[in-house]
Design a protein around this ligand. Sequence first.
Ligand code: S3P
Length: 466
Amino acid sequence: MAHLKIHPTRRLNAELQVPGDKSISHRSVMLGGFADGETRITGFLSSEDCLASLSAMQAMGVEIETIDRTSYIVSGRGGKLRAPLEPLDCGNSGTTIRLLAGLVAGQPFTTRFFGDASLSRRPMRRIVEPLTLMGATLTCEGENMRPPLTVNGAALKPIHYQMPVASAQLKSAILLAGLQTPGLTVVEQPEVCRDHTERMLQHFGASIRLGGRRVEIYGDTTLNGKNLHVPGDFSSAAFWLVAAAALPGARLRLTKVGLNPTRTALLNVLMRMGAQIKENVECTDFEPYGTLRIEEGGKLRGTTVSGAEIPNLIDELPIIAVAGALADGQTVIKDARELRLKESDRIATVSRHLREFGVDVEEQPDGMIIHGGNPIRAAGVESRGDHRIAMAFAVLGLFADGESRIEDTACIKTSYPAFEAHLEQLMAGDIAGKFRIGAGLVSGVKRLVKPKTERMPAQNTKKRQK
Ligand code: S3P
Protein backbone atom coordinates (compact mmCIF):
# COMPACT_ATOMS: atom_id res chain seq x y z
CA MET A 1 0.00 0.00 0.00
CA ALA A 2 1.29 3.46 -0.86
CA HIS A 3 2.71 5.32 2.13
CA LEU A 4 4.81 8.37 2.97
CA LYS A 5 7.76 8.48 5.32
CA ILE A 6 8.20 11.91 6.84
CA HIS A 7 11.39 13.17 8.45
CA PRO A 8 11.44 16.19 10.70
CA THR A 9 12.70 19.39 9.10
CA ARG A 10 14.22 22.49 10.62
CA ARG A 11 14.48 24.64 7.50
CA LEU A 12 12.18 25.65 4.71
CA ASN A 13 13.14 28.20 2.07
CA ALA A 14 11.17 27.61 -1.10
CA GLU A 15 9.34 29.00 -4.08
CA LEU A 16 6.50 26.84 -5.27
CA GLN A 17 3.75 26.82 -7.86
CA VAL A 18 0.93 24.53 -6.80
CA PRO A 19 -1.14 22.71 -9.46
CA GLY A 20 -4.50 23.95 -10.75
CA ASP A 21 -7.55 24.48 -8.59
CA LYS A 22 -9.71 21.38 -8.23
CA SER A 23 -13.08 23.13 -7.97
CA ILE A 24 -12.42 25.38 -10.97
CA SER A 25 -11.04 22.49 -13.07
CA HIS A 26 -14.25 20.47 -12.56
CA ARG A 27 -16.39 23.42 -13.56
CA SER A 28 -14.24 24.26 -16.60
CA VAL A 29 -14.94 20.93 -18.33
CA MET A 30 -18.58 20.86 -17.25
CA LEU A 31 -19.43 24.35 -18.47
CA GLY A 32 -17.07 24.14 -21.45
CA GLY A 33 -18.77 20.90 -22.51
CA PHE A 34 -22.24 22.37 -22.03
CA ALA A 35 -21.56 25.70 -23.76
CA ASP A 36 -21.81 26.46 -27.43
CA GLY A 37 -18.46 26.46 -29.22
CA GLU A 38 -14.90 25.92 -28.15
CA THR A 39 -13.37 26.36 -24.71
CA ARG A 40 -9.59 26.32 -24.27
CA ILE A 41 -8.53 25.46 -20.75
CA THR A 42 -5.02 25.94 -19.37
CA GLY A 43 -3.80 25.14 -15.85
CA PHE A 44 -6.28 22.24 -15.52
CA LEU A 45 -5.68 19.93 -12.57
CA SER A 46 -5.32 16.45 -14.06
CA SER A 47 -6.03 14.73 -10.74
CA GLU A 48 -8.27 11.68 -10.40
CA ASP A 49 -11.26 13.77 -9.23
CA CYS A 50 -11.14 16.23 -12.11
CA LEU A 51 -10.45 13.50 -14.65
CA ALA A 52 -13.64 11.79 -13.44
CA SER A 53 -15.56 14.92 -14.45
CA LEU A 54 -13.70 15.12 -17.75
CA SER A 55 -14.45 11.45 -18.59
CA ALA A 56 -18.09 11.88 -17.60
CA MET A 57 -18.45 14.82 -19.99
CA GLN A 58 -16.81 12.75 -22.74
CA ALA A 59 -19.27 9.93 -22.00
CA MET A 60 -22.04 12.47 -22.62
CA GLY A 61 -20.72 13.23 -26.10
CA VAL A 62 -18.33 16.10 -25.41
CA GLU A 63 -15.17 16.02 -27.51
CA ILE A 64 -12.07 16.97 -25.59
CA GLU A 65 -8.67 17.36 -27.23
CA THR A 66 -5.66 16.98 -24.96
CA ILE A 67 -2.89 19.50 -25.66
CA ASP A 68 -0.82 18.49 -22.63
CA ARG A 69 -1.57 17.36 -19.06
CA THR A 70 -2.88 20.78 -18.08
CA SER A 71 -4.33 22.09 -21.35
CA TYR A 72 -7.43 20.93 -23.16
CA ILE A 73 -9.71 22.12 -25.94
CA VAL A 74 -13.34 21.31 -25.22
CA SER A 75 -15.93 21.32 -28.01
CA GLY A 76 -19.18 22.26 -26.32
CA ARG A 77 -22.50 20.65 -27.22
CA GLY A 78 -24.58 23.82 -27.07
CA GLY A 79 -26.71 22.68 -24.12
CA LYS A 80 -27.58 19.26 -25.55
CA LEU A 81 -25.68 16.44 -23.91
CA ARG A 82 -25.90 12.85 -25.13
CA ALA A 83 -27.25 10.05 -22.94
CA PRO A 84 -24.26 8.13 -21.54
CA LEU A 85 -24.13 4.50 -22.63
CA GLU A 86 -22.93 3.35 -19.21
CA PRO A 87 -23.21 4.54 -15.61
CA LEU A 88 -20.82 7.39 -14.82
CA ASP A 89 -17.98 6.56 -12.42
CA CYS A 90 -17.39 9.58 -10.17
CA GLY A 91 -14.58 7.90 -8.22
CA ASN A 92 -13.98 9.75 -4.95
CA SER A 93 -15.44 13.02 -6.16
CA GLY A 94 -18.43 14.64 -4.46
CA THR A 95 -18.12 17.61 -6.82
CA THR A 96 -18.47 15.37 -9.89
CA ILE A 97 -21.60 13.58 -8.69
CA ARG A 98 -23.42 16.58 -7.19
CA LEU A 99 -22.70 19.10 -9.94
CA LEU A 100 -23.35 16.68 -12.78
CA ALA A 101 -26.63 15.64 -11.16
CA GLY A 102 -27.71 19.28 -11.55
CA LEU A 103 -26.43 19.44 -15.10
CA VAL A 104 -28.28 16.31 -16.29
CA ALA A 105 -31.48 17.15 -14.35
CA GLY A 106 -32.58 19.26 -17.33
CA GLN A 107 -31.54 16.78 -20.02
CA PRO A 108 -34.05 14.41 -21.66
CA PHE A 109 -32.37 11.18 -20.56
CA THR A 110 -31.50 9.02 -17.55
CA THR A 111 -28.05 9.03 -15.95
CA ARG A 112 -26.76 6.68 -13.27
CA PHE A 113 -23.81 7.81 -11.13
CA PHE A 114 -21.68 5.71 -8.80
CA GLY A 115 -18.37 6.05 -6.98
CA ASP A 116 -15.86 4.49 -4.60
CA ALA A 117 -16.50 3.37 -1.01
CA SER A 118 -16.01 6.88 0.39
CA LEU A 119 -18.33 8.51 -2.17
CA SER A 120 -20.91 5.81 -1.49
CA ARG A 121 -21.13 7.13 2.10
CA ARG A 122 -21.70 10.79 1.12
CA PRO A 123 -25.22 12.22 1.54
CA MET A 124 -27.16 13.07 -1.64
CA ARG A 125 -30.41 14.18 0.05
CA ARG A 126 -29.25 17.80 -0.14
CA ILE A 127 -29.33 17.75 -3.97
CA VAL A 128 -32.21 15.30 -4.35
CA GLU A 129 -34.64 17.68 -2.58
CA PRO A 130 -34.22 20.81 -4.71
CA LEU A 131 -33.77 18.97 -8.01
CA THR A 132 -36.96 17.01 -7.30
CA LEU A 133 -38.78 20.28 -6.56
CA MET A 134 -37.61 21.47 -9.98
CA GLY A 135 -39.22 18.45 -11.63
CA ALA A 136 -36.43 15.88 -12.10
CA THR A 137 -36.74 12.38 -10.62
CA LEU A 138 -33.80 11.24 -8.50
CA THR A 139 -33.35 7.88 -6.80
CA CYS A 140 -30.56 6.69 -4.53
CA GLU A 141 -29.71 3.02 -4.20
CA GLY A 142 -27.66 3.50 -1.03
CA GLU A 143 -29.22 3.63 2.43
CA ASN A 144 -30.38 7.03 3.64
CA MET A 145 -30.03 8.67 0.22
CA ARG A 146 -26.50 7.67 -0.61
CA PRO A 147 -25.07 6.77 -4.06
CA PRO A 148 -25.44 5.13 -6.51
CA LEU A 149 -27.72 7.88 -7.78
CA THR A 150 -29.99 7.87 -10.83
CA VAL A 151 -31.28 11.10 -12.33
CA ASN A 152 -34.20 11.12 -14.77
CA GLY A 153 -33.99 14.46 -16.49
CA ALA A 154 -37.10 16.51 -17.26
CA ALA A 155 -38.33 19.89 -18.41
CA LEU A 156 -37.64 21.84 -15.23
CA LYS A 157 -39.51 24.59 -13.41
CA PRO A 158 -37.79 27.37 -11.46
CA ILE A 159 -37.61 27.37 -7.66
CA HIS A 160 -36.74 29.81 -4.90
CA TYR A 161 -34.63 27.67 -2.61
CA GLN A 162 -33.31 28.31 0.88
CA MET A 163 -30.26 26.07 1.24
CA PRO A 164 -30.22 24.20 4.58
CA VAL A 165 -26.38 23.99 4.52
CA ALA A 166 -23.68 26.29 3.16
CA SER A 167 -22.57 23.87 0.45
CA ALA A 168 -21.09 25.07 -2.84
CA GLN A 169 -21.82 21.70 -4.43
CA LEU A 170 -25.50 22.03 -3.56
CA LYS A 171 -25.64 25.65 -4.75
CA SER A 172 -23.91 24.68 -7.99
CA ALA A 173 -26.24 21.73 -8.67
CA ILE A 174 -29.23 24.07 -8.43
CA LEU A 175 -27.60 26.73 -10.60
CA LEU A 176 -26.65 24.21 -13.30
CA ALA A 177 -30.25 22.95 -13.34
CA GLY A 178 -31.51 26.57 -13.23
CA LEU A 179 -29.40 27.30 -16.29
CA GLN A 180 -31.71 24.97 -18.24
CA THR A 181 -34.95 26.21 -16.66
CA PRO A 182 -37.10 28.94 -18.22
CA GLY A 183 -37.66 31.75 -15.72
CA LEU A 184 -35.86 32.84 -12.56
CA THR A 185 -34.25 30.33 -10.18
CA VAL A 186 -33.19 31.81 -6.83
CA VAL A 187 -30.82 30.23 -4.30
CA GLU A 188 -30.24 31.63 -0.81
CA GLN A 189 -27.19 30.47 1.14
CA PRO A 190 -27.09 30.43 4.95
CA GLU A 191 -23.47 31.70 4.66
CA VAL A 192 -21.57 32.65 1.52
CA CYS A 193 -19.66 29.63 0.20
CA ARG A 194 -17.23 29.33 -2.71
CA ASP A 195 -18.56 31.15 -5.78
CA HIS A 196 -16.62 29.49 -8.62
CA THR A 197 -19.79 28.35 -10.41
CA GLU A 198 -21.28 31.84 -10.36
CA ARG A 199 -18.05 33.39 -11.64
CA MET A 200 -17.66 30.85 -14.41
CA LEU A 201 -21.31 31.10 -15.44
CA GLN A 202 -20.81 34.86 -15.74
CA HIS A 203 -17.62 34.29 -17.75
CA PHE A 204 -19.57 32.10 -20.20
CA GLY A 205 -22.32 34.71 -20.56
CA ALA A 206 -25.14 33.31 -18.39
CA SER A 207 -27.76 35.69 -17.00
CA ILE A 208 -26.84 35.51 -13.35
CA ARG A 209 -27.18 38.06 -10.57
CA LEU A 210 -25.20 37.92 -7.34
CA GLY A 211 -26.02 39.74 -4.15
CA GLY A 212 -24.54 38.61 -0.86
CA ARG A 213 -26.05 35.30 0.12
CA ARG A 214 -28.58 35.34 -2.74
CA VAL A 215 -27.88 34.12 -6.29
CA GLU A 216 -30.35 34.42 -9.15
CA ILE A 217 -30.12 32.78 -12.55
CA TYR A 218 -32.38 33.34 -15.56
CA GLY A 219 -32.52 30.04 -17.38
CA ASP A 220 -32.73 29.04 -20.98
CA THR A 221 -29.81 31.21 -22.09
CA THR A 222 -26.98 29.92 -24.25
CA LEU A 223 -23.48 29.77 -22.82
CA ASN A 224 -20.64 30.64 -25.16
CA GLY A 225 -17.33 28.78 -25.05
CA LYS A 226 -14.47 30.85 -23.61
CA ASN A 227 -10.77 30.54 -22.97
CA LEU A 228 -9.92 30.22 -19.34
CA HIS A 229 -6.92 29.72 -17.09
CA VAL A 230 -7.26 27.70 -13.90
CA PRO A 231 -5.13 29.28 -11.15
CA GLY A 232 -3.22 27.24 -8.54
CA ASP A 233 -5.29 25.55 -5.88
CA PHE A 234 -5.34 27.55 -2.64
CA SER A 235 -6.32 24.37 -0.77
CA SER A 236 -3.11 22.68 -1.97
CA ALA A 237 -1.09 25.80 -1.12
CA ALA A 238 -2.57 25.66 2.40
CA PHE A 239 -0.33 22.74 3.42
CA TRP A 240 2.85 24.66 2.66
CA LEU A 241 1.47 27.91 4.11
CA VAL A 242 0.91 26.24 7.47
CA ALA A 243 4.29 24.47 7.35
CA ALA A 244 6.09 27.76 6.68
CA ALA A 245 4.00 29.86 9.06
CA ALA A 246 4.73 27.49 11.97
CA LEU A 247 8.43 26.85 11.30
CA PRO A 248 10.71 29.46 12.86
CA GLY A 249 12.79 31.22 10.19
CA ALA A 250 10.99 29.57 7.24
CA ARG A 251 10.56 31.50 3.98
CA LEU A 252 8.00 30.64 1.33
CA ARG A 253 6.80 32.16 -1.91
CA LEU A 254 3.77 30.66 -3.67
CA THR A 255 3.15 31.89 -7.20
CA LYS A 256 0.02 31.91 -9.39
CA VAL A 257 -2.18 30.72 -6.58
CA GLY A 258 -5.93 31.29 -6.65
CA LEU A 259 -6.94 34.14 -4.31
CA ASN A 260 -10.73 34.05 -4.60
CA PRO A 261 -11.88 35.54 -1.27
CA THR A 262 -14.45 32.77 -0.79
CA ARG A 263 -11.52 30.36 -0.50
CA THR A 264 -8.80 32.22 1.39
CA ALA A 265 -10.13 32.56 4.94
CA LEU A 266 -7.14 30.48 6.09
CA LEU A 267 -4.96 33.57 5.54
CA ASN A 268 -6.97 35.51 8.11
CA VAL A 269 -6.76 32.60 10.54
CA LEU A 270 -2.98 32.34 10.19
CA MET A 271 -2.65 36.12 10.62
CA ARG A 272 -4.67 35.89 13.84
CA MET A 273 -2.29 33.16 14.92
CA GLY A 274 0.63 35.56 14.45
CA ALA A 275 1.82 34.78 10.90
CA GLN A 276 2.95 37.57 8.57
CA ILE A 277 1.66 36.85 5.06
CA LYS A 278 1.89 39.12 2.04
CA GLU A 279 -0.75 38.75 -0.63
CA ASN A 280 -0.18 40.18 -4.08
CA VAL A 281 -3.11 39.91 -6.50
CA GLU A 282 -1.65 39.90 -10.01
CA CYS A 283 -4.58 38.86 -12.16
CA THR A 284 -8.20 39.77 -11.64
CA ASP A 285 -9.71 37.74 -14.48
CA PHE A 286 -12.89 35.86 -13.68
CA GLU A 287 -10.85 34.21 -10.92
CA PRO A 288 -8.18 36.28 -9.16
CA TYR A 289 -4.71 34.88 -8.57
CA GLY A 290 -1.29 36.05 -7.48
CA THR A 291 1.59 35.50 -5.08
CA LEU A 292 1.64 34.72 -1.38
CA ARG A 293 4.77 35.24 0.69
CA ILE A 294 5.87 34.35 4.17
CA GLU A 295 9.17 36.05 4.97
CA GLU A 296 9.75 34.47 8.32
CA GLY A 297 7.81 31.66 9.98
CA GLY A 298 7.59 31.63 13.75
CA LYS A 299 5.73 30.40 16.76
CA LEU A 300 1.96 30.56 16.27
CA ARG A 301 -0.67 31.18 18.94
CA GLY A 302 -4.09 29.55 19.23
CA THR A 303 -7.28 31.08 17.84
CA THR A 304 -10.98 30.35 17.33
CA VAL A 305 -12.35 29.41 13.91
CA SER A 306 -16.15 29.50 13.64
CA GLY A 307 -19.30 30.88 12.04
CA ALA A 308 -19.32 32.50 8.60
CA GLU A 309 -15.60 31.81 8.21
CA ILE A 310 -16.13 28.03 8.09
CA PRO A 311 -17.43 27.62 4.49
CA ASN A 312 -14.50 29.71 3.21
CA LEU A 313 -11.92 27.36 4.73
CA ILE A 314 -13.87 24.12 4.94
CA ASP A 315 -11.22 22.05 3.11
CA GLU A 316 -8.43 23.64 5.17
CA LEU A 317 -9.76 22.55 8.57
CA PRO A 318 -7.51 19.44 8.84
CA ILE A 319 -4.40 21.56 8.23
CA ILE A 320 -5.77 24.31 10.52
CA ALA A 321 -6.04 21.66 13.24
CA VAL A 322 -2.38 20.84 12.57
CA ALA A 323 -1.55 24.55 12.90
CA GLY A 324 -3.46 24.51 16.20
CA ALA A 325 -1.35 21.57 17.43
CA LEU A 326 1.82 23.54 16.65
CA ALA A 327 0.53 26.80 18.17
CA ASP A 328 0.85 27.85 21.78
CA GLY A 329 -2.43 27.81 23.70
CA GLN A 330 -5.88 26.69 22.68
CA THR A 331 -7.32 26.49 19.17
CA VAL A 332 -11.09 26.05 18.94
CA ILE A 333 -12.82 24.89 15.75
CA LYS A 334 -16.62 25.05 15.93
CA ASP A 335 -19.73 25.28 13.69
CA ALA A 336 -18.03 22.75 11.39
CA ARG A 337 -20.44 19.82 11.58
CA GLU A 338 -20.20 19.50 7.77
CA LEU A 339 -16.68 18.20 8.29
CA ARG A 340 -18.14 14.88 9.40
CA LEU A 341 -19.60 14.43 5.89
CA LYS A 342 -16.43 14.83 3.82
CA GLU A 343 -14.22 12.12 2.27
CA SER A 344 -13.94 10.81 5.85
CA ASP A 345 -15.46 12.03 9.13
CA ARG A 346 -12.74 14.64 9.42
CA ILE A 347 -13.59 15.64 12.99
CA ALA A 348 -13.15 12.06 14.21
CA THR A 349 -10.13 11.29 12.00
CA VAL A 350 -8.24 14.50 12.81
CA SER A 351 -8.90 14.15 16.56
CA ARG A 352 -7.73 10.53 16.60
CA HIS A 353 -4.60 11.24 14.56
CA LEU A 354 -3.64 14.32 16.59
CA ARG A 355 -3.71 12.12 19.71
CA GLU A 356 -1.39 9.62 17.98
CA PHE A 357 1.07 12.50 17.52
CA GLY A 358 0.83 13.27 21.26
CA VAL A 359 -1.49 16.28 20.93
CA ASP A 360 -4.12 16.99 23.59
CA VAL A 361 -7.44 17.35 21.71
CA GLU A 362 -11.11 17.31 22.74
CA GLU A 363 -13.48 16.12 20.01
CA GLN A 364 -16.74 18.10 19.85
CA PRO A 365 -19.90 17.35 17.83
CA ASP A 366 -19.17 20.32 15.52
CA GLY A 367 -15.40 20.67 15.79
CA MET A 368 -12.57 20.25 18.26
CA ILE A 369 -10.57 21.99 20.97
CA ILE A 370 -6.83 21.60 20.53
CA HIS A 371 -4.39 22.33 23.35
CA GLY A 372 -1.29 23.05 21.30
CA GLY A 373 2.33 23.95 21.71
CA ASN A 374 3.63 20.68 23.21
CA PRO A 375 6.32 18.55 21.53
CA ILE A 376 5.01 16.50 18.59
CA ARG A 377 5.68 12.77 18.91
CA ALA A 378 6.51 10.86 15.69
CA ALA A 379 3.64 8.55 14.77
CA GLY A 380 2.19 6.24 12.16
CA VAL A 381 -1.35 7.08 11.00
CA GLU A 382 -3.70 6.08 8.19
CA SER A 383 -5.30 8.42 5.71
CA ARG A 384 -8.66 6.60 5.88
CA GLY A 385 -8.72 7.12 2.10
CA ASP A 386 -8.95 10.89 2.65
CA HIS A 387 -6.42 12.96 0.68
CA ARG A 388 -6.52 16.00 2.95
CA ILE A 389 -5.97 13.89 6.05
CA ALA A 390 -2.90 12.28 4.44
CA MET A 391 -1.39 15.64 3.44
CA ALA A 392 -2.21 17.45 6.71
CA PHE A 393 -0.53 14.77 8.82
CA ALA A 394 2.46 14.61 6.47
CA VAL A 395 2.96 18.29 7.36
CA LEU A 396 2.60 17.59 11.08
CA GLY A 397 5.27 14.88 10.66
CA LEU A 398 7.74 17.59 9.61
CA PHE A 399 7.54 18.92 13.18
CA ALA A 400 7.80 15.57 15.00
CA ASP A 401 10.73 14.19 17.00
CA GLY A 402 11.53 11.36 14.55
CA GLU A 403 10.33 9.55 11.44
CA SER A 404 6.53 9.44 10.95
CA ARG A 405 4.63 7.28 8.51
CA ILE A 406 1.36 8.03 6.72
CA GLU A 407 -0.32 4.89 5.37
CA ASP A 408 -2.68 4.58 2.40
CA THR A 409 -1.62 7.72 0.57
CA ALA A 410 -2.79 6.79 -2.95
CA CYS A 411 -5.83 9.01 -2.27
CA ILE A 412 -3.58 12.09 -2.55
CA LYS A 413 -3.85 11.66 -6.33
CA THR A 414 -7.47 12.81 -6.15
CA SER A 415 -6.41 16.42 -5.59
CA TYR A 416 -2.61 16.90 -5.57
CA PRO A 417 -0.72 14.25 -7.57
CA ALA A 418 2.57 16.19 -7.23
CA PHE A 419 2.34 16.44 -3.43
CA GLU A 420 4.88 13.74 -2.69
CA ALA A 421 7.38 15.14 -5.21
CA HIS A 422 6.96 18.61 -3.74
CA LEU A 423 7.32 17.26 -0.21
CA GLU A 424 10.49 15.37 -1.15
CA GLN A 425 11.98 18.50 -2.58
CA LEU A 426 10.93 20.43 0.47
CA MET A 427 12.72 17.91 2.65
CA ALA A 428 15.73 18.00 0.32
CA GLY A 429 15.69 21.76 0.85
CA ASP A 430 16.54 21.10 4.47
CA ILE A 431 19.94 20.00 3.18
CA ALA A 432 20.20 21.95 -0.06
CA GLY A 433 19.00 25.30 1.22
CA LYS A 434 17.22 27.56 -1.22
CA PHE A 435 15.27 25.87 -4.02
CA ARG A 436 12.38 26.31 -6.33
CA ILE A 437 9.64 23.86 -7.22
CA GLY A 438 7.63 24.00 -10.44
CA ALA A 439 4.07 22.67 -10.73
CA GLY A 440 4.17 19.06 -11.83
CA LEU A 441 7.97 18.76 -11.54
CA VAL A 442 8.60 15.20 -10.45
CA SER A 443 12.23 15.09 -9.48
CA GLY A 444 15.33 17.16 -9.12
CA VAL A 445 15.95 20.32 -7.15
CA LYS A 446 16.14 23.47 -9.25
CA ARG A 447 18.54 26.08 -7.86
CA LEU A 448 17.45 29.66 -7.87
CA VAL A 449 20.09 31.47 -9.90
CA LYS A 450 18.91 34.90 -8.87
CA PRO A 451 15.86 35.99 -6.95
CA LYS A 452 12.81 36.80 -9.11
CA THR A 453 11.65 40.38 -9.05
CA GLU A 454 8.08 41.21 -8.07
CA ARG A 455 5.79 41.49 -11.06
CA MET A 456 3.43 43.99 -9.56
CA PRO A 457 3.88 47.56 -8.38
CA ALA A 458 4.04 48.04 -4.63
CA GLN A 459 0.54 49.52 -4.32
CA ASN A 460 -0.94 46.15 -5.27
CA THR A 461 0.80 44.45 -2.39
CA LYS A 462 -1.77 44.01 0.31
CA LYS A 463 -0.68 42.96 3.75
CA ARG A 464 -3.55 41.25 5.49
CA GLN A 465 -4.54 42.90 8.74
CA LYS A 466 -4.50 40.93 11.91
C1 S3P B 1 -16.47 21.96 -3.41
C2 S3P B 1 -17.22 22.41 -2.38
C3 S3P B 1 -16.94 22.09 -0.97
C4 S3P B 1 -15.58 21.44 -0.78
C5 S3P B 1 -15.26 20.45 -1.83
C6 S3P B 1 -15.31 21.08 -3.22
C7 S3P B 1 -16.82 22.40 -4.78
O1 S3P B 1 -17.94 21.22 -0.52
O2 S3P B 1 -15.50 20.84 0.48
O3 S3P B 1 -13.96 19.92 -1.64
O4 S3P B 1 -16.00 22.25 -5.69
O5 S3P B 1 -17.93 22.91 -4.95
P1 S3P B 1 -19.39 21.76 -0.07
O6 S3P B 1 -20.33 21.50 -1.16
O7 S3P B 1 -19.71 21.00 1.13
O8 S3P B 1 -19.28 23.25 0.14
